[in-house]
Ligand binder design. Structure first.
Ligand SMILES: CCCCCCCCCCCCCCC/C=C/C(=O)SCCNC(=O)CCNC(=O)[C@H](O)C(C)(C)COP(=O)(O)OP(=O)(O)OC[C@H]1O[C@@H](n2cnc3c(N)ncnc32)[C@H](O)[C@@H]1OP(=O)(O)O
Ligand SMILES: Cc1cc2nc3c(=O)[nH]c(=O)nc-3n(C[C@H](O)[C@H](O)[C@H](O)COP(=O)(O)OP(=O)(O)OC[C@H]3O[C@@H](n4cnc5c(N)ncnc54)[C@H](O)[C@@H]3O)c2cc1C
Length: 664
């Protein structure tokens, strides 16, 4: 047997559930599934969107090719009259970071959230028709996480009724904004507002960067690319830029003025809208990043699972086939929790989208009451899901052995493109510290204020602190109430313990800094409560299709009990579990893996990923791995000739012992 075609055919026969119904459950609805499937095929069948060769291209060629793809996609959007939802799916399946990500996911949302009605009327139609192309220039060479520490200045000049945008130091150079180096005509630039010598906080300003006719940078603007980034292909399709402003004048009405205004006389007016709304675009994108995590993780898991069923090692008896590596318990204990995590992140992402839609509607109606919770949830879940996904993709590479390291496995580029998600839109540790602030506040108010939303479980603080887990057999872990309660008790106890230790510090900020590592762990525990509970809520809904709900229940227990096993130190140290109960959870986990095993291939088929999206020989739907790996090796341009450049010049003289006289 040269390929694994028959192996995957056999595997698909083992499925104990309706794969088509699971595809619908994964997509969210039949309509969402059909839409997504249609756009996936549109992209897969269009040669312009080919991406297998991307890691082999040089930077300039890669970038030009990316511009071509965007232009082609925009043409399709217009010609086929695609809706915004369809256009976003098109972006997902094209699978290439490009300047349009910043246009649609940051520039436009920033104007929508922070602009006045007049500013929206002017800028949004231009941006939505791509008549201006915008980016989001917040981070600087010297400051990224600390937004209030930004150095770029926007000084009001009452004489001309303009702001003067200036980069006073080298470290104030804008550094990282995607789409800026070569493409964007405008940017939302975050800068310190200075009125009559007084600093009035950091605000966003719409600044034109390039001449719309010939694309040259405007006077006073120095702009360029910050250089190659990690990995081949990957995020190098994006032109992340550096910008320096030398006293660039913009009209006063280009400050985004929903939160605060500057009058013609140069007076600062703070509206009732909280200052935190300036950070609203980041809340929006963090929510998108959570939704995206399940897509990235499911891709890696799909590749590793299919390949694990094709790959065989050891155990051959009488010349028969060796064991499929997916049958090793160690392989299952590494792979199946990731498979379960992909489903868990899919459902929590769905919920977070709902939460964001709700908060957005409230903000539009000037109801800001749920903003702190939305901020804590988006920051925390962004951190949890991207860290787990980045680690998960790397684990999938290792699960594929040596072949996982080949670019043709699809995993290296996926990893290189994905990992910056742990840093952009808020470094993951900095984001967990935001959750910590929210938790500390919640805990300190427990005596007189009922926690709401995702912290509502802490209303039962006394019970969660005092009662202990009642599980006596491995079977008793198969109860969602028991599992969720264990996570809630561990989280409450960790948060309360942090609160008690913080109270011993005279200066709360000093205490927060000193205990920050523990606070990050408590925040992670709280975020895990959210993911676990949202999975349970999903299971409480009607989920049609033979065996679909049962398999999702299995995945829920795999996800939760795997986390419990991984963090058993917390569960034991907080005293909620005994070592025996933790060990029973692990026993149950092994039983669960054997329930996943026959369904593994069908569960990854349910993601409905096309071979185009996976761009992986190891993860091919048909399992025809070895012939295609062999073919791809000889299709590599490096194999065009048997004698590589340099052989005659540098190797042959060595073989002939003539190196001393060779021209090097
Ligand atoms: C291809 C791979 C996958 C990609 C995913 C695909 C998804 C599609 C999307 C595509 C997107 C495009 C690509 C993305 C490119 C990347 C872009 C960027 O990275 S843009 C720059 C992002 N920068 C950051 O995230 C900076 C991080 N820092 C901060 O957010 C803040 O400064 C801070 C949270 C660290 C707070 O700092 P601090 O100084 O302590 O705070 P303040 O004094 O300013 O405010 C404190 C107060 O405000 C509350 N707060 C903070 N942030 C928010 C918020 N966002 N919303 C609401 N409230 C907020 C905070 O809790 C405090 O409240 P208080 O009650 O006072 O305690
Ligand atoms: C691919 C990519 C695309 C990007 N695109 C954009 C863009 O379009 N527009 C834009 O404006 N920006 C963009 N960025 C910048 C990005 O938002 C920042 O890099 C990010 O917010 C992190 O900030 P930083 O680089 O200042 O990290 P730093 O804050 O310097 O982090 C360095 C280390 O310090 C730690 N640290 C920092 N502060 C604290 C603290 N208070 N407590 C404990 N530890 C701390 C961090 O955990 C980290 O380990 C992009 C970045 C990348 C990688």
């Amino acid at each position: 047997m040269e390929g694994g075609v028959d192996y995957l055919i056999d595997e698909r026969k083992k499925a104990q559930f309706d794969v088509e119904a699971m595809k619908v459950a994964w997509a969210g609805s039949r309509q969402a599934f059909e839409l997504s499937d249609r756009i996936a095929k549109l992209v897969a069948n269009d040669p312009i969107f080919e991406k297998f060769s991307r890691p082999m291209l040089g930077r300039k060629e890669l970038f030009k090719n990316s511009l071509r793809k965007v232009a082609h996609a925009w043409k399709l959007i217009i010609d086929l009259r695609l809706s915004e939802e369809e256009a976003k799916l098109l972006r997902h399946y094209i699978d290439e970071p490009a300047y349009t990500d910043l246009q649609w996911e940051m520039f436009i949302p920033a104007i929508e959230g922070q602009g006045t009605e007049e500013q929206k009327r002017k800028w949004l139609p231009l941006a939505r028709k791509m008549q201006v192309i915008g980016s989001y220039a917040q981070t600087e060479l010297g400051h990224g996480s600390n937004v209030q520490g930004l150095e770029t200045t926007a000084t009001f000049d009452p004489q001309t009724d303009e702001f003067v945008i200036h980069s006073p130091t080298l470290t104030s150079s804008k550094w990282w904004p995607g789409g800026t180096a070569k493409v964007s005509t405008h940017a939302i630039v975050y800068a310190r507002l200075i009125l009559d010598g007084q600093f009035h906080g950091v605000h966003g300003f719409i600044v034109q960067l390039r001449n719309l006719e010939n694309h040259t940078p405007l006077p006073g603007i120095t702009v360029g690319d910050i250089g190659m980034k990690f990995g081949n292909g990957a995020y190098n399709t994006m032109d992340n830029g550096v910008i320096r402003f030398n006293h660039v004048h913009i009209p006063r009405n280009q400050m985004l003025m929903r939160v605060s205004q500057v009058t013609r006389e140069g007076k600062f007016v703070q509206s009732d809208v909280p200052r935190q709304l300036l950070y609203g675009t980041m809340v929006y994108v963090r929510q998108k990043i959570v939704a995206d995590a399940s897509k990235a993780l499911s891709r890696a898991v799909c590749i590793a699972t299919r390949y694990s069923a094709v790959r065989r090692q050891f155990g051959s008896r009488n010349g028969g086939p060796e064991i499929q590596v997916i049958d090793y318990k160690t392989q299952q204990s590494r792979l199946f929790p990731l498979l379960a995590s992909a489903y868990a992140f899919r459902f929590v992402g769905e919920w977070l989208k709902w939460l964001y839609t709700d908060v957005k509607q409230r903000l539009e109606a000037n109801d800001f009451s749920t903003l702190p919770e939305a901020h804590a949830c988006t920051a925390g879940l962004k951190s949890l899901t991207t860290s787990a996904t980045a680690d998960g993709i790397e684990e999938c590479r290792k699960l594929c052995g040596g072949h996982g390291y080949l670019v043709s496995s699809g995993i290296p580029e996926l990893f290189a493109t994905y990992v910056p998600a742990c840093t952009f839109e808020g470094d993951n540790v900095v984001m967990m510290l935001q959750v910590a602030r929210f938790l500390v506040k919640t805990v300190s108010e427990l005596g007189y204020k009922q926690p709401v939303g995702t912290t509502a479980y802490m209303r039962r603080v006394t019970a969660l602190m005092q009662s202990n887990c009642a599980v006596r057999t491995a079977e008793e872990w198969l109860n969602p109430g028991v599992v969720v309660e264990a996570f809630e008790a561990r989280s409450t106890r960790m948060a309360v313990a942090c609160g008690q230790r913080l109270a011993k510090f005279e200066n709360p900020e000093e205490g927060f800094a000193e205990l920050s590592a523990d606070l990050v762990e408590a925040s992670l525990a709280h975020c895990q409560v959210i993911v676990v509970s949202k999975f349970v809520e999903k299971l409480q809904q009607e989920i049609p299709g033979k065996g679909v709900k049962r398999l999702l229940e299995v995945l829920f227990y795999v996800y939760a009990l795997f986390l419990l096993h991984k963090h058993q130190g917390d569960f034991l140290a907080t005293g909620y579990l005994t070592p025996k109960q933790a060990s029973l959870a692990n026993d149950q986990l092994r039983i669960l893996y054997s329930k996943v095993r026959p369904n593994a291939i069908a569960l990854v088929d349910s993601f409905n990923h096309t071979d185009h999206l996976l761009s992986s020989i190891l993860g091919r739907y048909d399992g025809n791995v070895y012939p295609k790996l062999y073919e791809a090796a000889f299709n590599d341009p490096f194999n065009d000739s048997d004698i590589a450049d340099g052989i005659h010049q540098y190797v042959q003289p060595m073989l002939r012992q003539e190196l001393h006289s060779a021209k090097l």
